[in-house]
Ligand binder design. Structure first.
Ligand SMILES: [Zn+2]
Length: 117
């Protein structure tokens, strides 16, 4: 009888410990899940095992936020690539030695990098 009670308590402690360990690993309250697993037994563990990790969700949200900010950055950067309407190069042109950009013969400095010819 006593051994049965002790075995039951040990079993519940192991279940509770396992639940709290799993909960902590997934970013849930380990204290709350200790008691949930003690009360529900293996069912708590199964539910917890199937529950998504909050760390994973936070991580994914962080990635999504980074991608969003990057795409808005790209939109901001891509629009005024060349704010000055480019003059069509006519006649003689010269190529920059530094960046190989083609420049108008009238330009004294490279439009790509600012290097003087
Ligand atoms: Zn250049």
């Amino acid at each position: 009888m006593i051994i049965g009670i002790i075995a039951g308590i040990v079993y519940l402690i192991i279940i509770g410990w396992l639940g709290s360990w799993l909960a902590a690993k997934k970013g849930y309250s380990s204290v709350a899940w200790f008691f949930i697993c003690v009360l529900t037994g293996p069912f708590g563990i199964i539910v917890l095992a199937g529950a998504p990790s909050q760390y994973t969700e936070l991580y994914l949200e962080e990635i999504k936020r980074k991608l969003d900010s990057r795409s808005t950055e790209n939109q901001l950067n891509s629009k005024p690539i060349n704010p000055i309407p480019s003059v069509k190069l006519s006649g003689k042109t010269w190529f920059c030695n530094k960046c190989q950009t083609e420049n108008a013969a009238t330009a004294n400095s490279c439009k790509g990098c600012g290097e003087y010819r």
